[in-house]
Write a new protein. Structure first.
Length: 335
């Protein structure tokens, strides 16, 4: 069953289409990530699902019901924002149950839900503290607890981890994914971080200039990017795109090898040692090509090297439209 469906949604700001004819579906119990660079329309799309913005065209359906004209409260959803949006004068417990109090939920029911939720998000020992006494990760757990206690089937998250450091982001995305699966929630999660998208999502919707660039599983976007934009956006480092007339040849850094005599001539521009592997950036015919090598690379800036890769690892894109071409490439093109 589809928990959320957008049917040809349009949202304009003056002459600009912030969301341009977007249709997508989030299946019940799944985690769908809206991914893309700043200004691509992902947060506006989330706000349209929430009812915080009204579309200029199209429909929003939640649980099969058209909710396009309904208020956020009528849609029975929960939200987690980047800013946490906690009340500084209230304790952790009071922040978590605030929505239940507003809706007039009985004290006994509030307390029972609070105990259950505090255990789930690991805040049982911090319920009497104020937000100022908490770390960033703990504040985000309070925001999660407030969303969970509502017991809404749909939870919307707008870049909830962007204020945290790298270690906390890693921990929290693992916790959020585990929580979503444990509770069977349908979650729509907005981020510009492709690592979050690839590690958390059942499905990724990559957006660009208000439109959907590609909609698929993380594996599909990585292994078979539909466009050169997807190829460059997904992957760290991104896919190499080498211009060759009316086409772009794409090959991922982990598929490029430094070889002996055969292969394309290249000059090493820089070497980045990352511990488990190294990224060697080379110039090939005045175009940058990154190579991922296991361990500590012995290459050095200025070295003359040869690069090779298998034709089976190539992705061919149209140089004008950026769209993927499925035609086979001759093995000799790999050098």
């Amino acid at each position: 069953m589809s928990a959320i469906s957008l049917d040809h949604i349009v949202k304009t700001w003056g002459a600009m289409r912030a969301v341009d004819d977007v249709s997508l579906t989030a299946e019940e119990g799944s985690l769908l990530v809206l991914l893309g660079p700043s200004g691509c329309g992902k947060s506006t799309t989330l706000r349209l699902i929430a009812g915080l913005e009204q579309p200029d065209g199209g429909r929003v359906l939640i649980g099969g019901t058209d909710v396009t004209g309904q208020s956020p409260a009528q849609r029975r959803i929960s939200m987690v924002f980047q800013s946490y949006a906690l009340f500084p004068h209230l304790t952790v417990a009071e922040n978590i149950v605030f929505g239940l109090r507003v809706r007039g939920v009985a004290r006994g029911e509030r307390d029972a839900r609070l105990k259950r939720v505090a255990d789930i998000v690991g805040l049982a020992h911090l319920l009497e503290r104020k937000p100022a006494q908490l770390s960033g990760g703990q504040r985000q757990r309070v925001a999660l607890g407030r969303a969970i206690i509502a017991e809404a089937r749909v939870c919307l998250m707008d870049e909830p981890l962007s204020n945290l450091d790298a270690k906390l982001r890693h921990e929290m995305r693992t916790e959020i994914r585990a929580l979503q699966q444990r509770l069977g929630m349908t979650m729509v999660y907005v981020t510009h971080d492709q690592t979050e998208a690839m590690t958390m999502a059942d499905r990724v919707v990559l957006m660009r200039d208000g439109r959907i660039e590609q909609n698929g599983s993380p594996e599909e976007l990585y292994r078979r990017p539909a466009t050169a934009f997807t190829a460059r956006f997904i992957g760290t480092p991104p896919m190499n795109l080498i211009a060759a007339g009316d086409t772009l040849t794409g090959v991922r850094p982990e598929h490029v090898r430094i070889v002996g005599e055969s292969g394309r001539h290249a000059r090493v521009r820089s070497v980045e040692h990352l511990g488990a592997d190294s990224i060697v950036l080379c110039d090939v015919d005045d175009q940058a090509v990154a190579v991922r090598q296991d361990g500590f690379s012995k290459a050095a800036p200025g070295d003359e090297v040869r690069l090779a890769w298998s034709a089976a690892d190539e992705h061919i894109f149209d140089n004008t439209s950026g769209r993927r071409r499925d035609a086979a490439v001759a093995p000799s093109a790999a050098g």
